[in-house]
Design a protein around this ligand. Structure first.
Ligand code: G1P
Length: 246
């Protein structure tokens, strides 16, 4: 399995430290946060990890280039302009050319404490003939508009077959309270869809919109994973992460 970590975001919610230290390099114990994410990918079976950075975030590359102890090959892609998460993922497309297996996408600012979601999602994907799987969490009504929200038909308590995805809807428009939560296993068709994806919410190219189009040709499942997601992209989320990992 191959993994992709978008880590090119500017980190505006965590200024001023992110002027020089990318949020993904903030320490959780003695390791930068992004190393824990790479380790989650490797534990789930990834033997190659492509990290998307911006030109200002070369320090992430310097960190991994100096570490020979990871049991995965790390490759690099660059997002020079901030045009959305879908655009960031698209910058890594070349590394997945000719792939037929789903790609594990882990957002570089989302750490999960407790049971790691990636391995469980890989198992669900295999059980459904290598289908795509999106990691989910329930969110309170007042936070719905910060997330991609899904609709689907329940398979069991934690799994559903998706029928729709909407990026950052208002609570009135939202099809449920199940939010996309930083982990995806996506059929590589998603790259071609992203290449033709017009800008969506906020004028940005949204990964959620491309997955919505993927639904018309490929099954996509949702998995409400048991671990707890922490957003290291803001000071409060980061402190919460440190407590959870302490
Ligand atoms: C991104 C996705 C959104 C998802 C969220 C958390 O939003 O676009 O669908 O719910 O991550 O995983 P962002 O936090 O980059 O605005």
């Amino acid at each position: 399995m191959k993994a992709l970590i978008p880590a090119a975001g500017r980190g505006t919610r965590f200024l001023p430290v992110t002027r020089v230290v990318p949020k993904e390099m903030l320490p959780v114990g003695s390791k930068p946060a992004i190393q824990l994410i790479v380790e989650e990918a490797v534990a789930a079976g990834a033997d190659e990890v492509v990290i998307v950075i911006s030109p200002e975030k070369e320090i992430i590359k310097r960190y991994f280039d100096g570490d020979a102890e990871l049991s995965a090959r790390v490759r690099w892609a660059c997002q020079a302009e901030q045009r959305g998460l879908g655009h960031a993922v698209l910058q890594a497309a070349e590394a997945f050319a000719g792939e037929s297996e789903p790609v594990l996408v882990l957002l570089g600012d989302a750490l999960v404490s407790g049971e790691a979601p990636s391995a469980a999602m890989a198992a669900i994907s295999r059980a459904h003939g290598n289908a795509s799987v999106v990691g989910l969490e329930r969110v309170p009504r007042e936070r719905i508009s910060r997330y991609g929200i899904v609709a689907g038909v329940p398979e069991d308590d934690r799994t559903l077959k998706l029928t729709d995805l909407v990026e950052k809807p208002s609570p009135e428009e939202a099809p449920s309270d199940l939010a996309i939560a930083g982990r995806y296993l996506l059929h590589p068709d998603v790259f071609a869809l992203l290449a033709s994806q017009p800008p969506g919410h906020g004028g940005e190219i949204q990964l959620t919109d491309a997955i919505r189009r993927l639904l018309s040709t490929r099954p996509v499942f949702g998995f409400r994973y048991p671990g707890r997601r922490h957003d290291i992209g803001n000071p409060g989320g980061y402190l919460e992460t440190l407590q959870a990992f302490a």
